[in-house]
Design a protein around this ligand. Structure first.
Ligand code: GLU
Length: 377
């Protein structure tokens, strides 16, 4: 089995989950402005490389505790719901300001579990997310705590983030946490605990490392992260648990900071490929030369240099046909570039993309993870 962890730098679409403890200064009950500025910088950097970013942010309840004098460790459900109604306004404002300072537009979505399970609502939420991404916004999602009753609550944003990653077919989910990954035991209590860099399969041994939820404000802990891993990897999305506390955590992760990667499950990968093949309307095509067609058959990505021409109008992330030199269908994949940009870079080396477009997009026009070879190719 392939156990090479993915790199954040190669993500096409990433969901980043941010917990309350990272975002909220517990003493001041205020957003950690400097940290938020750093993560906004990270998001701008990822988007500059052609990666779409969706944020799942906690913090609504934590931001309202002081104002509402609800500072006890455990809140009742109705207190949480009231706190979320107050804190969500501040949370959205903090995100809007931080992203705006880097020239980005924040878009708030509040979801309940029904939005991820009822098919009509699921499609609706997905369509809105797709449109927001297309318009260049950064969706910032939280659970709609104020209306979700106990039975229909996610209750933790780890699981919500995994459902969102599944919904938008993200290729990576990053859980920013107060720990740099999964350990064989709780490292705070056990000096022998060792860090696990890559989890290729969620075996019973791995599940047993979940432990108990932590005390205090945060609702997650390792157990909900492993539940999230099961949802995400089963949908063909790789997941990382990485340290979030220091400034610029995504930059650090992209530069190789220690974390745990959960690899996409092979059957999840095929579900994803099936979705690329059948679940999307094809909006255009790319004509490639013989060398590029051979490289694809060998498992490579499609680089702009190998593309001779294109047809149709498509956006970044749309499904396109890949046609060989004789016009034969070779593959289908998700284009990392809109047709207008693709038209300018085809035939050029990846190193020239930045000079041509004025921004550093991805090296590949279709990454191999987003490409499905057609039978007979
Ligand atoms: N939705 C909750 C909030 O915004 C947080 C849930 C969680 O921390 O996982 O406060």
């Amino acid at each position: 089995m392939n156990s090479v962890p993915p790199s954040l730098r190669s993500a096409r679409r990433v969901v980043v989950k941010i917990g309350s403890a990272l975002l909220v200064d517990a003493d001041l009950a205020a957003p950690r402005a400097a940290w938020l500025a750093g993560i906004a910088e990270d998001i701008a950097e990822l988007r500059g490389c052609g990666t779409e970013v969706i944020v799942v942010s906690s913090g609504a309840i934590a931001l309202a505790r002081r104002t509402l004098k609800l500072t006890q460790a455990r809140l009742r459900l109705e207190e949480k719901q009231a706190a979320a109604a107050v804190g969500q306004i501040r949370l959205a404002q903090a995100w809007s300001e931080a992203l705006q300072a880097r020239g980005m537009v924040a878009a708030q979505l509040l979801l309940t579990i029904a939005d991820s399970e009822d098919r009509r609502r699921y499609l609706n939420a997905r369509a809105t997310l797709e449109t927001l991404l297309r318009l260049g916004c950064v969706p910032v999602i939280n659970e709609n705590d104020s209306v979700a009753t106990a039975e229909i609550r996610f209750g933790d944003n780890d699981r919500l983030a995994a459902r969102v990653a599944e919904m938008v077919q993200a290729d990576q989910l990053i859980l920013l946490s107060d720990i740099d990954g999964l350990y064989t035991a709780d490292p705070k209590r056990n000096a022998d605990a060792s860090h696990i860099p890559v989890v290729a399969a969620l075996t019973a041994d791995i599940e047993a490392m979940g432990g108990d939820p932590p005390p205090g404000y945060s609702s997650g802990g390792m157990r909900t992260k492993l539940v999230a891993a099961r949802i995400a990897t089963g949908a063909g999305c790789a997941m990382a648990i990485a340290l979030g506390h220091a400034d610029r955590p995504l930059h650090a992760l992209a530069a190789g900071a220690r974390c745990t990667w959960f690899l996409a499950a092979p059957e999840g990968r095929s579900a994803r490929k099936n979705w690329i093949l059948n679940g999307l309307q094809q909006t255009g095509s790319l004509m490639v030369d013989a060398g590029a067609a051979r490289a694809l058959v060998k498992g490579g990505s499609l680089l702009p240099a190998g593309v001779r021409g294109l047809a149709g109008v498509f956006e970044r992330g749309d499904a396109v046909a890949v046609l060989g030199p004789q016009g034969e269908a070779v593959a289908r994949g998700l284009s990392a570039y809109a047709s207008a940009d693709a038209a300018r870079i085809i035939g050029h080396r990846s190193g020239e993309i930045e000079a041509i477009l004025g921004w550093r997009g991805r090296d590949e026009i279709i990454h191999r993870d987003d490409l499905v070879l057609l039978a007979g190719a």
